[in-house]
Design a protein around this ligand. Structure first.
Ligand code: SAM
Ligand code: SF4
Length: 487
């Protein structure tokens, strides 16, 4: 009997990518194999996002195609998961009767059980309004089918307790819950033993990681498993202060043998603390890259967004990070056209972006999300033509600084990790520098993904570097996965 096949289409951020890896792991544990041709898969998973507009149009368009496919192949099973499913459950159920399983952000671990259930009972919808405080709520705590063998995401917290007025995340991902310290360190040790040498710690507000853990230990007032829950540094500290543990975590995971690169996303500027900067500077494994979302350079817009910092405070934090961490690259997120944004507000954003000299900026047009406070400010929505023109002006500023930052690398030797053959030129390899920049280089020999090498930078654009191999530093340690035929 040939194995059933699956295909997953992921929309949205790294959290969703990571959830998709979990769903893939669960499906494979149930005997399915990845489809070589996604259009012929027996099970199709659409893992959705609702951060910005159009996600719903795209989803319903894709579901329309799948409806036709299911008419031709009645055995086709469809799962819709993720943020849009969490947020839009009734609408989804009403418009997509051919979907077999709808599940939300808090019950990813139930994907296979629900699929089995739907075979018995017909379409199933299961959305949990809250995450349960148990290991299964964390995507990293489940079986996983990693897309990349040498690199892994580690989810350190779920949800978000902030109240940014434009953002739907707290509504769809729930309140902030940190994963126990000892479990995370153990997971990183397991990954390292498996040949992973790069990890990315994931959370919506990583700087506040652990505050809830220390609060719970303080309240309970017992000590026997403090080390497991809050780490040895906190447990040894007699003050038992309620505090975030992110800097402790960076230190602990960097010390795991075999881990050479530690990345994380996203830190909220208001919570970026001196000890995190020290931990980034002092632990060699932590990469010299900081993603610090600015959102706006105008204080009145930042207040309306509920961000908890001013432009000046942001620039001070940035300066402290740059002063403390050698050769730091900085990326950011900026929203254009938040309700009420005037020309003056926007010019302040341009000025802060120019002063901050970002290496990379993800720029977004404000998108009203039903259920957020800012979506109710319709009397202050900015005209779409004005927004488009501002978006282009901001792009010019951020591209200029990105190009300058990249050009400044020409002549340097960068330590890279090979990602694979370049998509644009099969004579070149693509790799990542420690600053998270894409570096294409000619090597003359094939190097496996995960190989570490040093490369001389000879050219640069706003979004890439190019160079020549100097030497191979280390071969990857992970086992190469042998593709499983779907046939
Ligand atoms: N938790 C992260 C933080 O605070 O930086 C970011 C989460 S969100 C997935 C990523 C980015 O999407 C945000 O930094 C913001 O710039 C953008 N974003 C979120 N909601 C948006 C909206 N309604 N319209 C436009 N951009 C939005
Ligand atoms: Fe959304 Fe703000 Fe939380 Fe980030 S910190 S997820 S932008 S509410």
């Amino acid at each position: 009997m040939t194995a059933k096949t699956y295909a997953i289409r992921t929309f949205g951020c790294q959290m969703n990518e990571h959830d998709s890896e979990r769903i893939a792991g669960l499906l494979e544990a149930d005997g399915l194999v990845p489809a070589l041709d996604a259009d012929a898969a027996d099970v199709v998973v659409l893992n959705t996002c609702c951060i910005r507009e159009n996600a719903d149009n795209k989803l319903y368009g894709t579901l329309g195609h799948l409806k036709t496919a299911k008419e031709q192949r009645p055995g086709l099973e469809i799962i819709v998961s993720g943020c849009l499913a969490q947020n839009d459950r009734e609408e989804l159920q009403r418009r997509a009767g051919h979907v077999d399983v709808i599940l939300g952000t808090h019950n990813v671990h139930r994907a296979v059980e629900l699929l089995h259930e739907s075979r018995e009972t017909g379409p199933v919808l299961e959305i949990w309004d809250e995450a349960l405080e148990e290991a299964e709520s964390f995507p990293s705590a489940l079986a996983v089918r990693r897309e990349i063998d040498y690199s892994a995401w580690v989810s350190i917290q779920i949800g978000c307790d902030n109240t940014c007025t434009y953002c739907i995340v707290p509504a769809v991902r729930g309140r902030e819950l940190s994963r126990p310290f000892g479990e995370l360190v153990a997971e990183v040790q397991r990954l390292a033993a498996d040949g992973v040498h790069e990890i990315t710690l994931l959370g919506q507000n990583v700087n506040s990681y652990g505050r809830d853990l220390t609060l719970s230990r303080r309240e309970v007032g017992v000590v026997y498993d403090d080390v497991l829950i809050a780490g040895s540094l906190w447990a040894a500290d007699d003050s038992r202060r309620i505090r975030p543990l992110f800097a402790d975590l960076l230190t602990a995971v960097s010390a795991v043998e075999g881990i050479e690169r530690v990345r994380f996303t996203s830190p909220h500027p208001k919570d970026l603390r001196p000890e995190t900067i020290v931990a980034m500077a002092e632990n060699d494994a932590v990469c010299n890259h900081l993603h610090l979302p600015l959102q706006s350079g105008s204080d009145s817009i930042l207040t309306a967004m509920h961000r908890g910092y001013t432009a000046e405070r942001y620039l001070e934090k940035l300066a402290a990070a740059r002063a403390g961490i050698e050769d730091l690259a900085v990326s950011t997120d900026i929203i254009v056209g938040f309700p009420g944004e005037t020309e003056d507000d926007f010019e302040r954003t341009l000025a802060v972006a120019a002063e901050a000299e970002f290496d990379l900026a993800y720029t977004f047009i404000f998108s009203p999300r039903d259920g957020t406070v800012a979506a109710t400010y319709s009397d202050r929505f900015v005209d779409s033509e004005v927004v488009s023109a501002r978006f282009k002006r901001l792009h010019t500023v951020t591209e200029r600084s990105a190009l300058a930052k990249h050009r400044a690398r020409i002549g340097r030797i960068e330590e890279v990790v090979v990602e694979g053959v370049s998509r644009r030129n099969d004579q070149m390899l693509s790799s990542r520098t420690r600053q998270n920049k894409l570096l294409h280089f000619a090597s003359g020999t094939a190097l496996r993904p995960g190989t570490r090498a040093s490369v001389l930078v000879t050219d640069a654009g706003a979004h890439y570097l190019a160079g020549e191999l100097v030497e191979v530093l280390a071969a990857p340690r992970h086992r190469t996965r042998i593709p499983v035929s779907a046939g």
